[in-house]
Design a binder for this molecule. Structure first.
Ligand code: PGA
Length: 253
């Protein structure tokens, strides 16, 4: 079984609910007939508007975060069941901005991943090293810790996870990892997934690349043997750019 590429648009804290609908409509037009699985991840409060816009199409809905508890006194938080109720099938977990600005830990990522899987959501679990970690030769140990701790104890759920490798130094900076640099870390992540779940499962898990992916560099990145699509930030806010990135993705044998 080959790996179907998955391209997710992480809209971050952009677009009101009112502005989200026309963007989603334009994306639907751009990606019609695409080989890749396409997921749009607007803000929580735009989920309803985007769900209504993409209904009946192949485009899927994802959130940018969730809380691991089912319900209760957690002011400001959103549970997995609330996301599935809105029509979400996917959820981004452990984005580097959440780790850096909201102090999310690998243990939090693990709890959130367990909660997402329990609710039938596909978790898109983000990992990636900072520039300082890369330059002090700690990339491998950081990725190892994030993968092994973030994805610990998932059992058969591991096979449903999508991993996003996003080197922090490439996010929103215009500085993309070279295809060879990205492939090296994707291969490392696949070896780590094999350590946890065995080589057969690891071969089926999709690993996205994220960090300044654009129409101009997407095809070269997606051609790498262990890169199965992308998590797209800035370029996802423009339907034509996002559409061109989606069209650059091909299934892996
Ligand atoms: P970028 O963001 O494409 O704007 O670099 C990617 C991400 O943070 O998911």
């Amino acid at each position: 079984m080959g790996r179907k590429p998955i391209i997710a648009g992480n809209w971050k804290m952009n677009k009101t609910a009112t502005a989200a609908s026309p963007l989603a409509t334009a994306v639907v037009k751009e990606v019609a007939g695409a080989e890749a699985e396409v997921v749009l991840c607007p803000t929580f409060i735009a989920l309803g508007a985007v769900a209504a816009t993409i209904r009946g199409t192949t485009v899927k809905l994802g959130a940018q975060n969730l809380h691991w508890e089912k319900e209760g006194a957690f002011t400001g938080e959103i549970s997995a069941a609330m996301l599935t109720d809105m029509g979400c099938t996917h959820v981004i977990i452990g984005h580097s901005e959440r780790r850096a600005y909201f102090h999310e830990t690998d243990a939090d990522v693990n709890r959130k991943t367990q909660a997402a899987l329990a609710a039938g959501l596909t978790p898109i679990v983000c990992v990636g090293e900072t520039l300082e970690e890369r330059e002090s030769n700690r990339m491998e140990s950081v990725i190892r810790r994030q993968v092994l701790e973030g994805l610990a104890g998932l059992g058969s759920g591991l096979g449903s996870v999508v991993v996003a490798y996003e080197p922090v130094w490439a996010i929103g900076t215009g500085r993309t990892a070279s295809p060879a640099q990205a492939q090296e870390v994707h291969a490392l992540i696949r070896r780590l997934l094999a350590e946890i779940g065995g080589p057969a499962v690891a071969q089926t898990i999709r690993i996205q690349y994220g960090g300044s992916v654009k129409a101009a560099n997407a095809a070269e990145l997606f051609a790498q043997p262990d890169i199965d699509g992308g998590l797209i930030g800035g370029a996802a806010l423009d339907a034509a750019s996002f559409g061109a990135i989606v069209k650059a993705a091909r299934s892996k044998a």
